[in-house]
Design a protein around this ligand. Sequence first.
Ligand code: SF4
Length: 252
Amino acid sequence: MSSFIPIQLWQIPPTTITQSVSLPPLIQNLEQQLSQIAQQHKKVVLANSLAVEDMVLTHAIAQLQLPIEIIVLDTGKLHTEALSYLDIVKKHYDHLTFAVYQPLPQSLQDFETTHDFLDIYQSLSVRKACCFARKIEPLQRALAHKTAWITGQRREQSPTRQQLPQREWDTAHNLEKFNPLADWTHEQVWAYIHAHSIPIHPLYHHGMPSIGCEPCTKPIRQGEDLRAGRWWWESQDSKECGLHANPTSSLS
Ligand code: SF4
């Protein structure tokens, strides 16, 4: 008789994590950074992927009432839960401006005439072509005429982000890019989320610590790399959608 061993999926860190993280200096530093960015740049946006990191930044921008627009990329391949959650976020932060960018119909048509969508699982170039049409081109439109953008990237998220600076020149989009949470840990992010009772994407409750498009995201086991459920069929060092893939030069 075979014994059944249940799989333990990744779980949201408990609210008690706030007791082991000293948030005040982190918050002070974060708020200083965001205030300076808003002072230096009149045309700055936060790219919010609905991940907890981006919700930390959204919450801080809301608290400080900074004139920073929030952009969201609706790729057309998001989970239905993501779109419902976006409505919740908009209501929760109703004094912030959220601009949603979608792929161009022509880009999708071009992709579909050239590729079979399911080939994203076989071919890195097809997967990147899909990411270009659904994420990168819409981001380029969102960043046009801006002088800076803010992301929720962190160094410990992946091997491709280990050298991530807090401030850099984005050569791909020709503007400044700020990563205020570059040195934050997973625990610090969740401590902030819990301490401020920030609403979270419902799929965090289903074993997904990193959430992208529905076809390219799956739950992970407890103890696995936190981005193991993203493009899980690819090697670790190709796991970027291209939004953050440009070579950078640190400005700080
Ligand atoms: S993450 Fe997947 S579905 Fe989304 S744009 Fe990239 S390849 Fe396409």
